[in-house]
Design a protein around this ligand. Sequence first.
Ligand SMILES: Nc1ncnc2c1ncn2[C@@H]1O[C@H](COP(=O)(O)OP(=O)(O)O)[C@@H](O)[C@H]1O
Ligand SMILES: [Mg+2]
Length: 321
Amino acid sequence: MTCCKMKKFDIIALGELNVDLLLNRICGFPEVGKEIFAKEMVLTLGSSTAIFAANAASLGARVSFLGMVGHDDFGAFVKTSLEGRGVDTSNLIEVSTAATGLTAILNYDEDRANVTYPGAMSIMGVKDIRPEAIAAARHVHISSIFMQETLHRDILEIVRLVKAQGVTLSMDMQFDPEEKWDFDYRKILPSVDIFMPNEQELKALTGKDSLEEAIKEVRPYINILVVKMGSKGSLVITKDSEKKLSAMLNQNVVDAIGAGDSFNAGFITAFVQGKDLEYCQYLGNLAGAINTTAAGGTGAFKSKKAIEDAARKFFKQDITL
Ligand SMILES: Nc1ncnc2c1ncn2[C@@H]1O[C@H](COP(=O)(O)OP(=O)(O)O)[C@@H](O)[C@H]1O
Ligand SMILES: [Mg+2]
């Protein structure tokens, strides 16, 4: 077996990539046959997995992205954006059979209307994942299962392929927009080292009304279960232990977009650095809290120094990344 220190990457972020086209200050609501104006437009790197990858890289992990984009300008934008955040893009797959995925987000104060064209990210499946690419890392993180049609279809084969390379695996299933929750947790979770849903998703997945019942239902299949609970903090559960850690409350939340992805980035960065579960949970909670101090999922994670400064300024936490 290859020594961990010789591995090229700490983490492979595997999956969805798209761009977000944000339209703000829109005059009225769109109507078929009419044209209306938006007074502001921003194009940014989208997707939960990309937020995770960018923030884990800022926190100090060596991250590579294995995902699919189209052979087009948005694909080039995705690549440049990831590289700008220190994420390796040598495992990106560029296809000419589909365009890069895009979400058009129409913002109306607290509410938003989204239209997503999944494009290239919906056609990536097990056949696109080279075992050598996985074996070059110590850990793989997969997110947003239900947003990726082919990956969703192949998920059991994918987790088995990943585990066969001797790496650890974390998964944030995320919400199912169709609410079918077609995810065979009895078969999948035994191959997942760290399963990271939020409270609402875990209850929906198991069809249970209470968190306690939901945990009881998945407990026989898990290795480590991390439940994110928004401003209540998080729970870390193993087969024989359970630890709750309250959130470091931010009184002035800018927005909570990507808080769960930032939590994952903090937790997994500590995990691949060999830290104990207690510290992983601490860095997860802290990263989730820091996420809420700036706009979007990556705004507060521009550099190690920016993260350390935010930890001190907003939460009185002294960390050295
Ligand atoms: N208002 C907040 N103040 C401080 N920390 C927060 C806040 N909201 C979320 N967090 C932290 O971020 C983590 C992830 O947020 P959560 O909203 O539960 O995830 P998701 O985005 O997946 O739903 C939480 O477990 C918590 O530690
Ligand atoms: Mg989430």
